[in-house]
Design a binder for this molecule. Structure first.
Ligand SMILES: Cc1cc2nc3c(=O)[nH]c(=O)nc-3n(C[C@H](O)[C@H](O)[C@H](O)COP(=O)(O)OP(=O)(O)OC[C@H]3O[C@@H](n4cnc5c(N)ncnc54)[C@H](O)[C@@H]3O)c2cc1C
Ligand SMILES: *[C@@H]1O[C@H](CO)[C@@H](O)[C@H](O)[C@H]1NC(C)=O
Ligand SMILES: *[C@@H]1O[C@H](CO)[C@@H](O)[C@H](O)[C@H]1NC(C)=O
Length: 464
């Protein structure tokens, strides 16, 4: 049982100093609440020495940026200082040829950012905030008294157990959330967890050697594209890092990776399927990844509602909705959670009321993006190579270019999700469904015209 009880005055306790928990802490602090942020892991500054030096990056897009700016415009500028814009996909075919497919209509881009740079900068911002107390090495083990004043109990790495009371508690402790589990014990929360048959393995493409630091030539591929090697059942992707390296991720069903008896077979497989990537990753790198890199599994978590009925506890980020990574929206969406929540607090003037309406306000959008993320896997892994898809995409984009609201409104789906954070996910799907119907009719119309023209030509020829 707790041997100490520390009471915080009028405060918010947040569990998990991942990307979303950090932004939430900054957001509450900016509103003047006194925040305590608990993190299971040690302070990365203290473990910097034994951190592996490879960068792992992710794509930050409009929704994430909007949320960062909402919390603090200047902070957003600092945190986003080191991004690499990606204007489109670069599709690599079996012989190593590359073809660029631009994402945006007007030069918009998603952005590659180093994960540890992002969380280190958010942690730095937190250290400079007077309203936030940051406690590492604290593992949430229990939440009690949710019907009164929530009490959270943590186990410190040293083994000591401490409890804290807060007016409000927020769980941002990721997809395997202990916070969520504790809520589930005292309320009726629906919950589902689904592993998809897909693993991921991270590989690294080092910078080109012997070139100066800020020379663009240190990149082996265009840094301003998200590189994809779509191969139907499996695929490889790569995003650039500032230092000229690329972080590459290999996605495949488990049976594919488990069918290789040794690293030789893995290297052969890469030669067969990703010929141009083999030399860049290097045989050494491939063998290292196969033998030593952890293989990640991918899952989708859905929970509902996100708040406890007393209006004092809420889950956000991956703790509430873990999605597969194929739309690059997991963190962006988690950041958007924070913005939506803060706007509710503004409009309700009260955290408790905001928590109570949050679930209802957010449900449709969160369920939508989880589903879109799942669907986008098929688009990335195979559709991007189909002629029909490309034609459709071209028409879609051509309409988008001119459908800017002057004569008619037309916005491609990818644009809405990645560049138009002002359009909620669920609204984007509604708009897309309407557009798909029109596009379908256009196609039918076109086929119809070709048929009529064809018959007319045939009749002409027949008459002659
Ligand atoms: C391969 C891959 C690629 C991805 N690419 C993208 C991308 O391009 N763009 C994008 O937007 N998203 C991407 N994502 C998703 C993104 O990584 C997540 O959505 C995001 O990290 C979620 O942040 P979070 O803060 O909610 O959770 P997490 O990042 O999981 O952070 C949770 C934190 O809580 C801590 N914690 C856990 N348990 C406890 C406990 N009991 N007590 C105290 N602390 C605890 C953890 O140590 C951790 O620091 C990708 C995901 C994967 C797997
Ligand atoms: C920050 O990111 C790095 C790299 O992914 C990770 O090793 C570290 O544990 C993260 N720190 C926190 C507090 O999330
Ligand atoms: C939980 O799921 C059940 C079954 O699908 C549904 O009937 C119920 O309304 C859900 N509860 C909430 C709070 O959404």
């Amino acid at each position: 049982m707790p041997d100490k009880l520390e009471k915080s005055q009028q405060g918010v306790g947040i569990v998990g100093a991942g990307l979303v928990g950090c932004l939430a802490a900054l957001a509450f602090a900016a509103k003047g609440y006194s925040v305590t942020l608990f993190e299971l892991r040690p302070d990365p500054r203290e473990t910097a020495g034994n951190r592996n030096l490879r960068s792992i990056n992710l794509a930050v897009s409009d929704r994430g940026i909007r949320a960062l700016k909402y919390v603090d415009e200047e902070m957003a500028t600092r945190v986003l200082e080191n991004v690499i814009p990606m204007h489109g996909r670069m599709i690599h075919d079996l012989s190593g040829n590359q073809e660029s497919q631009i994402y945006g209509l007007f030069g918009e881009s998603i952005n590659s950012i180093d994960r540890s740079f992002l969380n280190d900068s958010l942690l730095d911002e937190i250290r400079h905030s007077e309203n936030i107390k940051l406690l590492f090495n604290n593992k949430l083990v229990k939440i009690e008294d949710l019907d009164k004043v929530p009490k959270m109990t943590f186990q410190e790495t040293k083994g000591e157990i401490k409890s804290y009371e807060f007016d409000y508690v927020v769980g941002a402790d990721g997809s395997h959330s202990q916070f969520r589990y504790q809520l589930q014990r005292s309320m009726r929360m629906n919950f589902s967890q689904e592993y998809i048959d897909m693993q991921y393995l991270e590989l690294s493409i080092p910078p080109k050697k012997s070139l100066s630091e800020d020379d663009d030539d240190r990149f082996s591929y265009s840094p301003n594209h998200l590189h994809i090697w779509p191969r139907h059942k499996f695929m490889l992707i790569a995003l650039a890092n500032k230092d000229g390296s690329f972080t590459s991720t290999f996605f495949s069903p488990w049976e594919v990776i488990e069918s290789f008896k040794n690293d030789d077979e893995f290297v052969d497989f890469f030669r067969e399927n990703f010929i141009d990537a083999v030399d860049l990753v290097g045989e050494e790198g491939l063998r290292y990844a196969f033998n030593s890199q952890p293989r990640g599994s991918l899952m989708q978590v859905n929970a509902y509602p996100y708040h406890h009925p007393n209006g004092r506890a809420l889950i956000i980020g991956d703790a509430a909705h873990s999605m597969v990574p194929f739309y690059g929206q997991g963190m962006n969406c988690g950041f958007e959670d924070v913005r939506v929540l803060m706007e509710l607090i503004d409009s309700k003037g009260d955290i408790s009321e905001a928590f109570k309406v949050y679930s209802d306000v957010r449900k449709k959008d969160l369920q939508t993006i989880c589903k879109l993320a799942m669907d986008n896997y098929h688009e990335m892994s195979s559709k991007v190579t189909s002629k029909w898809y490309l034609l459709r995409k071209r028409i879609d984009y051509a309409l988008g270019k001119y459908g800017n609201g002057k004569y008619f409104q037309w916005i491609p789906m990818y644009t809405m999700i990645s560049f138009r954070g002002d359009i909620p996910y669920s609204k984007a799907v509604e708009i897309e469904e309407r557009q798909a119907k029109i596009l379908g009719r256009l196609e039918m119309g076109t086929i119809g015209i070709f048929t009529v023209v064809g018959i007319a030509k045939f009749v002409q020829w027949w008459k002659r």
